[in-house]
Design a protein around this ligand. Structure first.
Ligand code: ZN
Length: 387
């Protein structure tokens, strides 16, 4: 993007923030912690409606535009702070992040499946289940270097695409025709100062949304700053972010593998919507009527339920009963000593190949609001941590 475009996008976003998010900004300015990272959640639809052009730039250069947005937020915060006659208790915050949500619902932008190579460089949202979270780490993202010849000082950013490795430039970036290639690192390598929180999570496509017979795919998602610790294993989330690729720095005689990851901009946890079963009066009445009907013979009622469970498998009532009981789950109890006893039962199904075990497994995953389907390989091998 050229400097005119950068200025335009910055100005449009700044006026958008002052119109739609002035209260959010005031609340952030009121916060005590000046070093914390603060999100401002922006609705993409509203933003793009105020200015079509900004939407086009955003889709074409998401990473650049997000940086411009964050800078505009800082300018906007400063303007608001300076416009107040009595700014008591308010202080400037440097770490502000525009978090983009509410993308227009179209197949290019809103996904239920893991993005592929052709999506690299695009901003989109993916809905999935968190199956693994890494420990939170500290990431050094910037270092100062000085040219040994002309004493020019410059900043080097860690390269996301190569697992945040630092690379010195091949020649001095000074404008004064110095072609030296010897530099000294000015940053203290033993106790780095310019750092951010960093975490990787793994999300998997939701089993309920897959067609029969397909195995859910998964991908790494990179969380930074305030996004770290925003979700835990088992959560259903929608991640908004840029699809990126990364590879380990080249080594001789080591094959270079490129991985596709999602660099998150915003994480929305959807548990409340799907985990709680919506029991309105009508459904409740249906249950009551059902058991009222079988009042004299509740086993007949149970058998009718079992007959409709996993209908693609004929018979096997005992197995169906076991699966039904695991699906219904139990109640957590606390005994006299205060020890909590988990109520969920476990089920081990053993049998010859082709006797319908995975049919039951898939059926159970499909009717449970939150489930993760994994294979023998996925569940037994501990994957080495990567970052
Ligand atoms: Zn130089």
């Amino acid at each position: 993007m050229n400097s005119d475009q950068v200025t335009l996008v910055g100005q449009v976003f700044e006026s958008y923030v002052s119109e739609y998010h002035k209260n959010d900004m005031l609340l952030i300015l009121k916060e005590r912690d000046e070093d914390a990272h603060y999100p401002v959640v922006v609705n993409a639809m509203t933003l793009f409606e105020t200015n079509m052009e900004i939407g086009e730039y955003f889709n074409a250069f998401p990473n650049e535009v997000l940086t411009i947005f964050d800078n505009a937020l800082r300018r906007s915060a400063l303007t608001i702070l300076q416009s107040l006659s009595q700014p008591e208790g308010l202080s400037m915050k440097q770490n502000l992040h525009a978090r983009i949500s509410g993308l227009p619902v179209c197949p290019e932008l809103v996904r239920e499946h893991i993005p592929k190579t052709k999506d690299v460089g695009h901003f989109l949202s993916v809905t999935g289940t968190v199956i693994r979270t890494s420990l939170v780490k500290i990431l050094e993202f910037e270092r100062d270097y000085m040219c040994n010849k002309c004493k020019h000082v410059f900043v080097v950013q860690a390269d996301f695409e190569q697992y945040y490795t630092f690379f010195r430039p091949s020649s001095c970036p000074s404008l004064e025709n110095c072609d030296s290639s010897k530099f000294t690192c000015l940053s203290d390598l033993s106790s780095p100062t310019r750092c951010r929180d960093y975490q990787e999570i793994k999300i998997q496509e939701q089993v309920q949304r897959l067609s029969v017979g397909s195995i859910p795919r998964s991908m790494q998602v990179i969380l930074e700053d305030d996004l770290v610790d925003s979700c835990k294993s088992g959560d259903d989330i929608t991640v908004y972010g840029v699809v990126m690729q990364r590879w380990k720095p080249f080594k001789q005689e080591v094959r270079c593998e490129v991985e596709i990851v999602l660099k998150a901009n915003y994480v929305q946890v959807n548990n409340e919507e799907s985990a709680g079963v919506n029991m309105d009066e009508e459904v409740r009445k249906e249950f009551e009527d059902f058991w009222e009907h079988y009042k004299s013979d509740p086993f007949a009622g149970r058998n009718e339920i079992l007959a409709s469970l996993c209908p693609q498998v004929f018979g096997m009532y005992l197995v169906k009963l076991a699966v039904a009981m695991v699906l219904a789950g139990g109640i957590q109890r606390t005994d006299a000593t205060g020890t909590r006893v988990r109520g969920e039962s476990h089920l081990l199904l053993v049998g010859d190949p082709g006797t319908g075990k995975s049919q039951f497994l898939k059926y159970a995953a499909k009717i449970t609001p939150r489930s993760v389907l994994t294979t023998g390989i996925g569940s037994t091998s501990a994957e080495p941590s990567k970052c």
